[in-house]
Design a protein around this ligand. Sequence first.
Ligand SMILES: NC(=O)c1ccc[n+]([C@@H]2O[C@H](COP(=O)([O-])OP(=O)(O)OC[C@H]3O[C@@H](n4cnc5c(N)ncnc54)[C@H](OP(=O)(O)O)[C@@H]3O)[C@@H](O)[C@H]2O)c1
Length: 249
Amino acid sequence: MTGSALIQGASRGIGLGLVQALLARDTDSQVIATCRNPERADRLSELERDHPGRLQIFRLDVQEEGSIAEAARRLIEEGVELDLLVNVAGLLHDGAMQPEKKLADLDPDHFRRAFEVNATGPLLVAKHFHPLLRHERRAVFASLSARVGSIADNRRGGWYAYRASKAAQNMGTKTLALELQRIAPRVLCVGLHPGTVETDLSLPFRRHVPDSGLFTVERAAQQLLSVIAGLTPDQTGSVLAWDGTVVPC
Ligand SMILES: NC(=O)c1ccc[n+]([C@@H]2O[C@H](COP(=O)([O-])OP(=O)(O)OC[C@H]3O[C@@H](n4cnc5c(N)ncnc54)[C@H](OP(=O)(O)O)[C@@H]3O)[C@@H](O)[C@H]2O)c1
């Protein structure tokens, strides 16, 4: 992959893995990593030192539209063109916020936070960053989704806020893909399910996941980049899993 790639939500987990994989892949390409606290993103700072001139780090919090607009403005000013933008930031649990086991666990504040990060965030990023993807080459705008956001595939219930926010994210992806087909037909827009990956997000919930179904961050990043590389125009608007199969919405 040539040109610049931007990974939104790159401080740890799959986002950091994608930055590492992109830097290892191609010695010419530029990588832009965004995160909400660059001063605390030690691994990203190390990568910036290890790959001089190839990695830029920007502050971006998807719950603060001003920070999204400011990062986009600075990159537009620099004349950056993106071949790939991946929204990785996601929220399942955080302290007292835990996925609901039953209706009685519902908390409107947790619902709001899940929607802001998982559903509204990628669309606000699209709102401010789409000019950077509009050039003469093919470009990909991807958002990490989750199979549990599939309404058709929901067999176990629970996890109301995460499921609903990821389902809303998938609707946002489809709606955005339709708009981009009209205004920027070279930009493909997809959701991606990474599988179950060894990160902080999955840590409390993977007791019953067999080893064969659990991916390292490195493997997950390679798998996602392979799916992205193989995308065809007819797949825009869909959600694809780590193995390239379609996740029903
Ligand atoms: N891991 C899995 O098994 C799995 C399975 C299915 C789908 N996914 C999806 O894959 C994506 C990445 O998951 P992960 O496992 O890598 O999660 P993770 O290890 O928990 O990392 C979450 C990332 O999101 C960032 N983030 C959270 N709130 C943010 C905000 N308001 N603005 C900007 N960044 C924010 C975090 O930044 P800080 O460091 O600042 O907190 C962190 O970089 C998520 O969208 C998740 O839903 C993961």
